[in-house]
Design a protein around this ligand. Structure first.
Ligand code: ADP
Ligand code: GLC
Length: 476
């Protein structure tokens, strides 16, 4: 079975969050099951530099609207996955991240940039394609490729079926009415049953509306988004499509995220030889300018600093946390306000609180390994990957019971299976109580080792999820 996996980010080259990690590891897991999966991704500078010999294989033209004619180049990722690089330098050869310019504002032509990505995904899945390789399935991800499902729907001669995977309902890809024409979509698409969303064109809604099937990245999130409280304006549509909607829990790249081989760590370790974890804690304390204290629990955070992640709640209780006492290491980037507030917290509580503003892959690994507890008080969390890394690194996660966090973390009160700490209400009080519970537990070595053992034994590989995706493709 041939599958085109369309994505706007791809680890390890271009990453702003979990989507990049998934796109960078799920295709290889599907290929291991015998599928012919190829990944379509914009040819950002990082990719062109890594694959200078990428070979031109097509020039998709006549795409409609104001869409230009790009070049498609093919390269082979180190894991054996063929990459189709969508090269159009005027759109993709830019500084900053895929969505924002250096000043942190959305690029003004994002509808055209990701419209082109979507349109080329549909082109590859249609008879217009000049490639011999014809996918049976176009697998789109999030709003950036959501429009591919609409293009396929409105093409006169449709070929491929489409699957739309929702990684986050909060990013809806909203653009004004004029973009309908610029993107070459037919007037009939401008309807409530089409891509129109409260006077805007929504790429996300397009995917949800027109894909042959929809999946999201955890079973609990699949339920939550069908409720008005958590459906972010799409609940009605999602309820209508409930029969076509499933939740498949993400896996992780278990070769990159493996404490036994991780070259970012000060010392590797494993469930059978856990000693190295203490070295990682001590060295991390030194690296971050924290007091070198074995006798204090060190809490870790690696996160986008946004409303979603609930780190404003942690900010509120941090001063009380330091009195318990405990240390805190935060790594993140995001909203200006949260960045400033966390930087200030780091300055006020120097020695106990280390705040690093930035995106730092290596430090993320060292925090996973060096922290005692990993904190994720998310307001909502479609899946969440960091709690999966934490479990594997013997760093029990403390999470709010939502989305994929609820599906993967089991509270310590469950003696047989407990692997972390779970709290309910999204309030500072509830978070503080959970933190107190975790710190008390940390002072009980026997209980702590049990939690770590349960977490480290969890199978977070892609095997099960890949099997479920294959089933879904086959149904389509
Ligand atoms: P989301 O995609 O919502 O941001 P996930 O938990 O699915 O959340 O994935 C986030 C990914 O991005 C993880 O791999 C995490 O380690 C990484 N990450 C987030 N912020 C940073 C940062 N500041 N530095 C390094 N890695 C980060
Ligand atoms: C999104 C979600 C996150 C999920 C990731 C990968 O960014 O916020 O919870 O893990 O996508 O699916």
């Amino acid at each position: 079975m041939k599958v085109l996996y369309a994505t706007s980010e791809l680890a390890p080259w271009v990453k702003t969050g979990g989507l990049a990690e998934v796109a960078g590891s799920l295709p290889a897991a599907l290929r291991a099951l015998g599928l012919d999966v190829r990944v379509l991704v914009p040819a950002y500078p990082e990719l062109l530099q890594s694959f200078p010999d990428a070979e031109e294989i097509a020039r998709p033209g006549g795409l409609g609207g104001l869409l230009p004619t790009p070049t498609l180049k093919q390269a082979l990722a180190p894991d054996g996955t063929p990459l189709l690089l969508l090269d159009y330098p005027h759109y993709f050869d830019r500084p900053g991240n895929p969505y924002l310019g250096p000043e942190g504002r959305d690029w003004l032509d994002n509808h055209l940039r990701f419209g082109l990505l979507s349109r080329v995904a549909a082109w590859l899945g249609s008879e217009a394609s000049t490639l011999a390789w014809q996918p049976a399935i176009v697998h789109c991800n999030d709003w950036q490729t959501g429009l591919a499902a609409s293009y396929l729907r409105y093409l006169p001669r449709q070929r491929a079926k489409s699957l739309f995977t929702l990684h986050n309902l909060a990013f809806q890809g909203l653009f004004d009415h004029a973009s309908l024409f610029e993107l070459g979509l037919p007037d009939e698409a401008w309807r409530i049953e089409g891509v129109e969303y409260y006077g805007y064109l929504s790429f996300l809604k397009a995917g949800l509306q027109h894909a042959d099937a929809i999946s999201t990245v955890s079973p609990t999130y699949a339920m939550e988004i069908q409720t008005d409280a958590e459906g972010m304006g799409m609940a009605g549509l999602l309820r209508r499509r409930a029969a076509d909607l499933s939740g498949i829990l993400n896996g992780i790249d278990t070769t990159i995220w493996n404490p036994a081989t991780d070259h970012h760590l000060y010392r590797t370790y494993s469930a059978r030889r856990p000693d190295g974890k203490a070295t990682n804690k001590a060295e991390l304390q030194v690296e971050l300018g924290l007091e070198k204290r074995e006798d204090l629990p060190l809490l870790g955070v690696v996160s986008r600093l946004t409303e979603q992640k609930g780190l404003d709640l942690l900010l509120e209780v941090a001063p009380q946390l330091f009195k318990l006492p405990a240390q805190l290491a935060v790594l993140g980037t995001g909203s200006h306000e949260l960045e400033m507030a966390w930087a200030k917290m780091g300055r006020t509580h120097r020695g106990q609180c280390a705040v690093t503003l930035g995106f730092d892959e290596a430090l993320a690994h060292r925090i996973e390994a060096g922290a005692d507890v990993f904190v994720m008080p998310s307001r909502f969390e479609p899946c969440g990957l960091n709690q999966l890394y934490s479990l594997r690194y013997g760093t029990p996660p403390l999470v709010r019971a939502t989305g994929g966090l609820a599906d993967t973390v089991i509270d310590a009160t469950d003696e047989k299976r407990g692997n972390g700490f779970v709290f309910g209400p999204a309030t500072a009080d509830a978070l503080l109580q959970a933190l107190q519970r975790a710190i008390t537990a940390w002072h009980d070595p026997k209980l702590w080792r049990r939690l770590q053992k349960h977490g480290m034994a969890r199978d977070s590989s892609w095997a099960e999820a890949a099997r479920q995706y294959v089933e879904l493709y086959q149904r389509l």
